[in-house]
Design a protein around this ligand. Structure first.
Ligand code: NAD
Length: 281
């Protein structure tokens, strides 16, 4: 299985398709990440808040795959914007790694207003070689503008909610102008809101003899997006990477694009609304 790579603005490359582990229970993570590595995935997307970095690390260690053939992303949680150095050290300890390939600020939390300071911290972590690349997640254009104006480094990626029912292309294109690549989170819309049963998706899938999930993954790939769909089922994990033997036509791409519902299509929180819970809650 050869997954294409994408070159980021820091001249590193990232496999365009990976395996995401949000909501994979810690006790299942080693087994499912091992399944993913066995199926050919070489890019794993985790986060401190997923509480499953240990399982990711154990699967990597058990796989025997050379470290330089793997791409590992983790993320700085919202309460740790003031100490990314300690937070990354803790993540590396849990992962059993000396460094990650990509470290992201998970959410901007604009009311907390510490993300510019956190970004300066990530710049330092990259200089120390503890992460090869640095980026952000859930940043809106106004948050990216502040990093652009107040710091010397542009994020390599912005990881945002993106799937056929929610397509914030205006924001994505504004970031692309600065060379920031988009990563889609919940690329299958978490399997919610009937997206995988939408006639437009089902018809495209049937035309190629593939599943609706495979058709949507292909739509993202052909849009140049980096993605890491999640599944807790080995057969679906294998299915989701078996997407390089067919190509959607421009009409099929347009049919899936037509499913955009704007704000109503979101499955996650608005980036300006998501803040750390008050202490003690
Ligand atoms: P997803 O869009 O990948 O959907 C996963 C769900 O889709 C599964 O639970 C299952 O119900 C369904 N599914 C998957 N494969 C299928 C198949 N082949 N056939 C039928 N149904 C299938 O949702 P996600 O896990 O939220 O997003 C993917 C990854 O994105 C996460 O694991 C995580 O790594 C990342 N993420 C990041 C953020 C962020 O704030 N940065 C937020 C959410 C997710």
């Amino acid at each position: 299985m050869t997954v294409p790579t994408i070159t980021l603005n820091d001249n590193t490359s990232i496999p365009q398709l990976g395996f995401g582990v949000f909501q994979i229970p810690p006790e299942d993570t080693e087994r499912l990440v091992s399944e993913a590595l066995e199926a050919g995935y070489r890019h794993i997307d985790t986060a401190a808040i997923y509480r499953n970095e240990e399982g990711v690390g154990r699967a990597i260690a058990a796989s025997g795959i050379p470290r330089d053939e793997l791409y590992v992303t983790t993320k700085l949680w919202n309460r740790r914007h003031d100490d990314p150095e300690v937070a990354l050290a803790e993540s590396l300890e849990r992962l059993g790694l000396d460094n990650v390939d990509l470290y992201l600020i998970h959410w901007p939390c604009p009311r907390q207003n510490r993300y510019v300071e956190a970004w300066r911290g990530l710049i330092g972590l990259r200089e120390q070689g503890l992460t090869t690349s640095i980026g952000v997640s859930n940043f809106l254009p106004e948050h990216l503008d502040r990093l652009e104006m107040q710091t010397p480094v542009t994020p390599a990626v912005n990881q945002v909610e993106l799937h056929p029912a929610f397509q914030p292309w205006k924001d994505i294109d504004a970031a692309r102008v600065h060379g920031i690549r988009v990563q889609a989170w919940s690329p299958l819309g978490m399997g919610r809101n009937g997206l995988l049963d939408a006639p437009e998706v089902v018809d495209v899938a049937a035309a190629h003899g593939v599943s609706p999930a495979q058709a949507i993954i292909r739509w993202h790939l052909q849009n140049g997006v980096i993605l890491f769909p999640k599944s807790a089922h080995p057969e679906r994990i294998r299915e989701n990477i078996d997407v390089f033997g067919f190509e959607l036509t421009p009409d099929e791409m347009a049919a899936i694009t037509s499913l955009d519902e704007g704000e109503a299509g979101r499955v996650g929180p608005h980036p300006n609304e998501f803040e750390p819970a008050p202490a003690g809650s």
